[in-house]
Design a protein around this ligand. Structure first.
Ligand code: CMC
Length: 428
């Protein structure tokens, strides 16, 4: 196998080292390209650019493989708890019993947020989107825990910030929802596990005993695991990039929340359910919407379809589709949007437009139907994605800081005007 690549430019030859990953992923190392040649590479959307070497997640888009730290997503979704997976991603190995018990304890005992922070909620309009509220409040954690700002922080301080992040995000998320309902906020209940505690903060009503349905808590556990990391996607790259300036973990994650919000990324799960509802309300003519998605003069896209890296199937979507069937059956729910989703999938998978472009259902296609079945309101879907993705963001931020990666600062090719003289107002 080649151990270097040769580049011919302006009559000269340059040798570039080749890097091979543990799963045989190949890269041409261009770290010194500009110094050697004066050229940069151009790759909009970073479709061919490896931004880092990472030991966290392995993904093969052609074969539909996703592994966290070497463990298959199928195994983890079936057998692990979300906090076990979070520990694995952040610290590199699965925890043993005492390690997991300590991790759970350390998180449970940090779920409260400062009462002054609670007052900030009062400043938001009730119809504020919870993603915006959450991004603002997560960044505001720096104000309450200023030691997180120290660029030369000790490992102990970093770990404290990690535990606080894991502990407080569900509280901030549930409160964003409660605030949007004009309801009183529920305090965390530390006797409950991570998922059950979140459900309690979301759904408990005053003067009523709220019992967490284990089917619902299990479904949530699985969904959070499936979202926990996905290597260098848009939000994760954002987290690493913000972290590279030595900004605090809270600020980096807040930026990740904003990046995730867009409809081409995590925001797609909200868009999918809205699309399915629209198709249902429109009479359920699936073929009409497939034609709209194919029409280049129509800006409608089949939300929850297609992926930058999966070109065969999205392994997460496979697991979620089955979980969706199971959850709806167990809860005795008959959701007409599930039927529409299944028909859309069937129609798209046999249509040459989708086959040629390798467009398959992605993680967001069925997740919204499960979220709806377990009572999560539509504008909270992307918030759920963020809760799941948090350990991945943390792990990636931590890895990038531990590897002392340099500040991220891409180059560009300038296409604007050349130098021209300034003209005063009466000359223009
Ligand atoms: N519906 C119809 N056509 C599509 C779709 C779609 N959902 N996705 C891609 N295409 C077409 C696109 O028009 C283009 O066609 P052509 O070659 O004729 O111009 C071709 O397929 C390639 O698309 P692209 O936009 O160049 O591909 P990309 O890799 O830049 O974008 C994507 C990937 C996920 C942004 C895109 O597939 C999309 O917009 N999907 C819908 C939004 C969505 O579900 N996003 C969630 C992604 S999974 C969650 C996550 O990890 O973020």
């Amino acid at each position: 196998m080649a151990d270097q690549a040769t580049l011919k430019l302006e009559g000269k030859e340059f040798n570039l080292p080749v890097i091979i990953g543990t799963e045989d992923e190949k890269a041409i190392d261009i770290n010194n390209l500009r110094d050697q040649t004066g050229y940069v590479t151009l790759d909009s959307g970073y479709k061919n650019t490896g931004a880092t070497q990472s030991a966290i997640t392995f993904l093969d888009g052609e074969l539909g493989i996703l592994r966290y730290r070497g463990y298959s997503i199928e195994d983890l979704a079936e057998k692990a708890t979300f906090l076990e997976v979070a520990y694995l991603l952040i610290y590199g190995e699965l925890p043993n019993q005492p390690e997991l018990a300590k991790f759970e304890y350390d998180i449970k005992h940090r779920t409260m947020v400062n009462e002054d922070m609670r007052k900030i909620y009062d400043g938001f309009p009730v119809n504020a989107h919870p993603m915006g509220v959450m991004a603002a409040l997560f960044s505001a954690l720096t104000a309450f825990y200023p030691e997180s700002l120290d660029p030369n922080r000790s490992p102990e301080k970093v770990n404290l910030t990690i535990l606080r992040s894991m502990a407080k995000l569900p509280t901030l998320a549930a409160w964003a929802y409660k605030n949007s309902q004009g309801h009183p906020l529920n305090y965390p209940k530390n006797g409950l596990d991570y998922c059950s505690n979140f459900l309690h903060m979301m759904f408990a009503l005053p003067a009523e005993e709220y019992k967490v349905d284990p089917v619902v808590a299990d479904a949530l556990n699985k969904l959070l695991i499936l979202h926990a990391d996905h290597e260098q996607n848009c939000s994760t790259s954002t987290v690493r990039l913000v972290g590279s300036s030595k900004a605090s973990l809270y600020s980096a994650v807040s930026a990740g929340i904003c990046a995730l919000w867009g409809p081409l990324h995590g925001g797609a799960n909200q868009e999918v359910i809205e699309m399915l509802e629209k198709i249902h309300a429109d009479g359920g003519n699936v073929q009409k919407w497939i034609e709209k998605a194919k029409d280049k003069n129509d800006n409608f896209r089949l939300m929850g379809f297609g992926h930058r890296v999966y070109k065969n199937f999205d392994p997460r979507a496979k697991i979620i589709k089955k979980a969706c069937d199971d959850v709806l059956k167990k809860l005795g729910i008959n959701d007409p949007t599930l039927e529409i989703a299944q028909k859309l999938e069937e129609a798209a998978l046999t249509d040459p437009y989708f086959i040629e472009r390798k467009l398959y259902p992605n993680v967001d296609f069925y997740s919204g139907i499960i979220y709806r079945a377990i009572g999560i309101p539509t504008n909270m879907f992307t918030v759920m994605f963020a809760m799941g993705r948090l350990p991945g963001w943390i792990a990636q931020w931590k890895e990038s800081r531990e590897n002392a990666e340099p500040i991220g600062r891409p180059r560009q090719i300038y296409t604007g005007p050349k130098l021209r003289p300034f003209k005063s107002m009466n000359q223009r």
